[in-house]
Design a protein around this ligand. Structure first.
Ligand code: SF4
Length: 377
């Protein structure tokens, strides 16, 4: 059976509506730093917002012009009915923009549930107690909307399903990193993005099938690159310009640290036997997080360097959404550390669809510069 995650992305609202017909709540989410396992255990399907480019007409009346396209896209599609199947939204406090957007949407759509989830910055016993009580309170709020009450057993099961998903995605990245010609970068990113919108048990089943269809074949040669930052869904599922340029320039994506890619699925929740699963969820949410706000740039640089060592990466391309402060703040530290270790980097500003002309020139020049100089420090 042909497994096409790109098709899942293109048809994501149809998938969602089909799920809605089966019953259960659906919650729009932004970023991996929301307790998806808890929601799933209460019978709520978390649906990650994907960023579509387009005419952000109505958002201009509500949002300042200097906010990212990501927040404009969420605003637009939330109020124009595209996400009519959602029962509310939950965002994690990864930046002030998304927190403010949640506030604006709660006024614009007062009929829908809105929750800003914030894991504490501290890491002590008091912070853990606080977060645990927040999660219990969240479970109660979901129950008042009609969700299933929280239970240890269901949460344990949800953690196990989500951990399997993380393991399968890690395996996909390991296979691709070993032979990047064996699977197209859009297919890998579509698989990860689909995880955020599909019921996870179903996604696990599709991923297991997808992994079996990847044939190693002879190793492809080309300039090995790593992507970091954030990429819009239309570049992945809508056959945008970036990956065409890579193919035409004989560049191979060996790994990514995209907020919509591996970074989203990186951290596994400890599934040690016994103990309260809620405590383990707390530990996971308090631990290293896949967002610049909660993970120091030094750690991120270490991951990029390690991926370059593991998979022969020759350079890193940072995809930086326009007006995205959290990613922008990290860039000087990241590029400096990579430079000190001899790993070249290119920074590209992205805003919806990537314009072809200037981007092609910059990407091709970068690839020409790094080609044949494998990173080996
Ligand atoms: S993290 Fe960046 S792209 Fe996402 S909402 Fe915040 S500013 Fe926008």
């Amino acid at each position: 059976m042909q497994i096409d995650f790109g098709d899942v992305l293109r048809e994501r609202h149809r998938w969602a509506l089909e799920h809605k017909e089966k019953g259960g709540l659906m919650m729009g989410c932004y970023s991996a730093m929301v307790p998806e396992e808890l929601m799933w255990s209460c019978g709520v399907l978390p649906v990650q917002f994907l960023m579509s480019s387009g005419d952000y007409g109505e958002s201009q009346a509500y949002l300042p012009p200097y906010v990212c396209d990501c927040s404009k896209s969420i605003f637009e599609e939330y109020v124009n009915g595209t996400y009519s199947y959602l029962d509310g939204l939950m965002v994690s406090h990864v930046c002030e923009t998304i927190r403010s957007l949640a506030g604006i949407l709660s006024v614009r759509r007062p009929d829908r549930f809105v929750h800003v989830f914030t894991a504490p910055a501290g890491n002590d016993a008091g912070a853990r107690r606080y977060l645990k009580s927040e999660l219990i309170g969240l479970g109660d709020k979901l129950q008042s909307l009609g969700a299933v009450p929280m239970s240890e057993e269901r949460l344990e099961e949800a953690i196990s399903v989500y951990n399997e998903n993380r393991a399968l995605i890690s395996e996909l990245y390991r296979v691709r990193g070993g032979n990047p010609g064996s699977v197209e970068p859009e297919e890998v990113l579509s698989a990860v993005l689909s995880a955020g919108i599909m019921p996870r048990p179903q996604h696990n089943q599709m991923l297991r099938g997808f992994l079996k269809t990847i044939h190693q074949g002879p190793e492809k040669t080309g300039t090995r690159i790593i992507l970091s930052g954030l990429l819009f869904e239309n570049e992945v599922a809508g056959r945008g310009n970036l990956f065409s340029i890579f193919r035409e320039s004989n560049a191979l994506v060996v790994w990514d640290d995209l907020a919509t890619g591996m970074r989203y699925r990186f951290e596994r929740i400890e599934d040690l036997e016994g103990g309260d699963p809620l405590d383990r969820l707390v530990e996971s949410l308090m631990g290293p997080q896949p967002a610049p706000l909660r993970s120091p740039a030094e750690g991120k640089a270490g991951q990029l360097l390690q991926a370059a060592r593991d998979y022969g990466g020759e350079g890193v391309i940072f995809l930086i959404p326009k007006y995205c402060d959290p990613i922008l703040f990290n860039i000087p530290t990241l590029t400096q550390i990579l430079k000190e270790h001899g790993l070249p980097a290119l920074c590209l500003e992205v805003s919806g669809s990537l314009p072809e002309g200037q981007m092609r020139t910059r990407v091709e020049a970068f690839l020409e510069m790094i080609s044949g100089s494998p990173f080996n420090v």
